[in-house]
Design a protein around this ligand. Sequence first.
Ligand code: PMV
Length: 327
Amino acid sequence: MGVVASAPAKVILFGEHFVVYGEPAVVLAIDRRAYAKVENRDDKRLYLRSVDLGLAGYFENGAFKIEQGDLREAIMRFEPVRLAVEKILEKRGKKEGLNIEINSTVPVAAGLGSSAAVVAAVTTAVGALLGVKVSKEDIFRITYESEKIVHGTPSGIDPTISTFGGALIFQMDTGFKALEVKTDVPLVIGNTGIERSTRFQVEKVREVRERYPQVADPIMRAAREIVLRAIEALKENDLKTLGELMNINHALLYAVGVSDESLEWLINAARTAGALGAKLTGAGGGGCMIALARNEKLAQVLESIQRAGGRPFAAKKTDEGAKVEGT
Ligand code: PMV
């Protein structure tokens, strides 16, 4: 018998980078999910397979044995999963062998929270298979702790949104608050295909802020005002305002140096094709951009991003966090 569970990816709709300095950010769970199928094994191995990444191998007595793909990559991707499984097994108080197969529709290393979605899905599936009661808070905590050890995620945005779904406001000093959103936020996400380092991008902004504090401070304040205005627009289903605010938000991110040529191409392509607004999402310097578009313009925006060299897909908000799909 096996259990399948899933968890969603995320986009930062507004406020990335400025959130590091205490300003609010708006985050959405999107309808792209990671799936984990978990089965019992007769031995004590933890066998892991990522279908999309072409990686497979198993942990046994603390050592990892590769069966398919690159060893370093496999350890990097599978270690948070192993840590999460260990935590569930600790709760159960008995060691078990498991087969875990991961299928994900979320691009990796693109700022969409793919790794948190995988860990949240695995945690949910393992808990259900072994009959261990795991609350949403447990899933969040286990995902957060497992991710932190490997990736050092200080804000916890990805584990939170993968666990709970929906839309959230996040601020460093007050944490997460669920946000009421009337619209399903029709987006086109354009992946530049360029992998980037969040740490490096955050460092860039810190340098700008240190060198030009009088210039950077008003930019931070403007970013806060954008988020406050956007929260109203999300409540009122006002897509036009949201699009305009996305454009302004992107200009601020450009100003602090975190856009790049690959993102600018895709953002311009989306706007030219009739998007209401477009911006980079997440750390920038590659990764993904997002465009807001009314349904009748979605196909044009998708095509235009594709022609500009991006890998586009349509996405919208989902309220479904980590959940069991079936047995
Ligand atoms: O790693 P990403 O692409 O999801 O973006 C991180 C968001 C930042 O605001 C740039 C950093 C952070 O820790 O909030």
